[in-house]
Design a protein around this ligand. Structure first.
Ligand SMILES: Cc1ncc(COP(=O)(O)O)c(C=O)c1O
Length: 366
């Protein structure tokens, strides 16, 4: 039985590796593994979210909420927008991107992604017959090559994905640049991915009131500590949100995710502490990695740091393998288009884990 042509020709997405996989492959204890691979919150979820999940578990014989009004209200309050400007995704921000594609992409449309960036945009949109057109991040200057975006635009362009702070470079795109691209291309959806905005303390959410073609992606998987519950959300003008609601899976957000999300947004102390600790860990890792010969870390506004390792003599796959054997998971960036074989990405951890990582990294490089 042959699948659709697009599916037949597609490669699978390469996600970061889990602690369970590494424990099994390298015969290690799961609790000894330090994970700096997937940009999660290493301090665990909000205690209030955990309590709420325990309580809600009695009700999982019932279907979840479909309207999600209470949660939409909480998200809108957190984001500083109107309830009618919010949509929730039950498989994280990835579902929000999927619903965007289902709502707006016709076969043959083009979308622009500056490389390197989050690879899932391309993986998803291709499933709907859309074609990627690549712009670029200038890795020398560590900034978006804005001209490359304008050069990539054609009359087939439907979407432009601009991740800020960008995964994997950790760099912000200036608001004036985003507004300029949006205002000059009113027929194109400008998708600003703010998965990591809390760590940069910058948001572009006000652009949704200025432009009817701006969409902001958000997630609860990063600073909000709920990667395993799969909750994302999007912000845009009411017209876009209303169209997306026609397509969105009705029950994709489980009851447990719903209560976890509500109680995390209400736990402002947890959120503030997570941001603060994340920024401290980022600074520590950046300073320590900078001191190691052969490693060139990028300054980051996010919860991860991209490191050029070419001068160490290791490729990314060799170095990640050596670290993995010793119980450390980092992201081998070889699968990121726009990067060669000499980049790894590390994410924030607890200070104790950061120290152990730096120690083992030095040991491997020596
Ligand atoms: C830039 C960016 N956008 C979106 C996502 C997806 O987040 P979620 O876990 O909510 O699907 C990620 C996850 O790593 C990401 O890095």
């Amino acid at each position: 039985m042959k699948a659709r042509k697009i599916v037949d020709e597609m490669d699978s997405y390469v996600p970061g590796r889990s602690q369970d996989e590494i424990a099994q492959d390298f015969n290690l204890k799961k609790e000894d593994i330090i994970k700096l691979g997937s940009n999660e919150n290493p301090w665990g979820p909000s205690p209030k979210a955990m309590e709420a999940i325990k309580e809600e578990i009695k009700s999982i014989n019932r279907y979840p909420e479909s309207q999600l009004k209470e949660l939409v209200h909480e998200m809108a309050k957190y984001a500083g927008v109107k309830d009618s400007q919010v949509i929730v995704g039950g498989d994280g921000a990835d579902e929000v991107i999927d619903v965007l594609a289902k709502t707006f992409i016709d076969e043959g449309d083009e979308f622009i992604v500056p490389l390197p960036s989050y690879m899932y945009y391309e993986y998803l949109l291709q499933q709907y017959g859309a074609k990627p057109v690549y712009a670029r991040w200038d890795l020398e200057k560590n900034e978006l090559d804005v001209d490359s975006i304008f050069e990539a635009i054609s009359d087939k362009t439907k979407m432009i994905f601009l991740c800020s702070p960008n995964n994997p470079t950790g760099t912000l795109i200036e608001k004036e640049v985003l507004a300029d691209i949006a205002s000059k291309n009113p027929e194109v959806l400008i998708i600003i991915d703010e998965a990591y905005f809390e760590y940069s303390e910058v948001t572009n959410k006000d652009l949704i009131n200025e432009f009817g073609n701006v969409f902001i992606i958000r997630t609860m998987s990063k600073v909000l500590g709920l990667a395993g519950m799969r909750i994302g959300y999007g912000l845009a003008c009411e017209e876009i949100i209303e169209y997306m609601h026609r397509i969105k899976p009705v029950f994709s957000l489980t009851r447990l995710s719903f209560v976890a999300a509500l109680n995390t947004f209400r736990d402002t102390e947890y959120i503030e502490e997570s941001i603060q600790k994340g920024i401290e860990s980022r600074q520590y890792l950046y300073d320590e990695v900078s001191k190691i010969e052969g490693l060139n870390p990028f300054p980051s506004k996010s919860n991860f740091i991209l490191i050029r390792i070419k001068d160490t003599g290791f490729t990314a796959s060799e170095l990640t393998f050596e670290l993995m054997k010793r119980g450390i998971i980092v992201r081998d960036c070889t699968s990121f288009k726009g990067l060669d074989d000499y980049w790894i990405r590390i994410s924030i951890c607890t200070l104790e884990e950061d120290k152990k990582f730096i120690e083992i990294l030095k040991e491997v490089l020596n």
